[in-house]
Design a protein around this ligand. Sequence first.
Ligand SMILES: C[S@@+](CC[C@H](N)C(=O)[O-])C[C@H]1O[C@@H](n2cnc3c(N)ncnc32)[C@H](O)[C@@H]1O
Length: 391
Amino acid sequence: MTPNARVAAAIDILGRITAGAPAEKELTAWGRANRFAGSKDRAAVRDITFDCLRNLRSYAHTSGLDTPRGILMGYVLQQGGDLGAVFSGEGYAPVQIDAVERAILGRDRPEISAGEEMNLPDWIVPMVPEGTIESRAVFAKRAPIDLRVNLSQISRLDAQAELLSEGIETEILDYTSAGLRVIGQTRKIPQTEIYLRGGIELQDAGSQLLVDMLPIESGAKVLDLCAGGGGKSLAIASLGTDRKIFAYDIAPQRMDDLALRAKRAKAEIKVLKKSPVGGGDVFDLVLLDVPCSGSGSWRRTPDARWKLSPEKLSELTGIQSQILAEASGLVAAGGTLAYATCSLFDQENEAQIVQFLAENPQWQVIRQERMKLGAQSDGFFVAILGKVSQP
Ligand SMILES: C[S@@+](CC[C@H](N)C(=O)[O-])C[C@H]1O[C@@H](n2cnc3c(N)ncnc32)[C@H](O)[C@@H]1O
């Protein structure tokens, strides 16, 4: 494919995603329907589409046009490209710029708004608290690719050397206990020998920091109640084999790969088929990595910010408070409850804890922290709660 044909493909795909189609599904469907596109073409079309989703509003501001074509025009202009040469209509290039588009492109631009600059819907801008993001430009950036070294198998330096021998350069994330950041080429990681034998896992530094913060005593019985793919369960397991780890998720198919990943990592994780809520069993630590808006990780899922609605957010906060209330009954005497989100919004974070403590005065905050969305990690919130000891 020519570079211009890639832009034309991205216009079509972006049109379907902005009309509501899920980005990943749409890109996969495009690859299947266009078998002539090689792996380099598919990767390039994906990169352009994701870049446009991350920069949707600032590109629309640049061109003055918020149509998929207009967004790609903003993309070309921001790259310093020649619009006429890209929108040439030749071969598989996008069709030429029409008279209406030309007139709008020629107008003076109004001053950029906060939502356009941050690449967020306007209603979300006031919900991002001061100090929770590194800069207004952060949502437009690509997320770094981080790895967690399974220290029960290999040291961080040995893992780094082994990856280098397979052509993957990394740097040590010294603010985490086991993190490496991939520099440059990232697509080969799942094929590396060290990944296939469970020596590394793909995991954002923020998730790793969150696990580093958990009070996990030797011999503890730990429940990961919203386990999903089990990334946090695996990180806890890598701390040592003397913890008993249980994982549950309301959507069991999300845990489909967990048994295999655990086997690779030589970790023991008991996957629960039935909800432990109300079952009478108790745990020393219950981790609640609750479903949330994901706003702290919107760099990784760039279509999610355009799909969140106030109704969906309110549904999520309802689920979060219900999980907190139900899970508090699963904590053993003297145990802890850890509530975590990858959200930036107060209503999913501090406000949930305030409401829970008001309704459950026997609980108190032991530690509460936010991780800033930026160069170090995604944006995370964690609150570690313990029961007030009886006089
Ligand atoms: C943020 S994701 C968890 C990610 C996971 N901990 C990881 O590290 O990969 C939230 C998960 O909570 C699950 N969930 C939603 N409601 C739940 C409930 N009431 N009980 C248990 N799990 C629930 C969802 O299916 C989803 O997989």
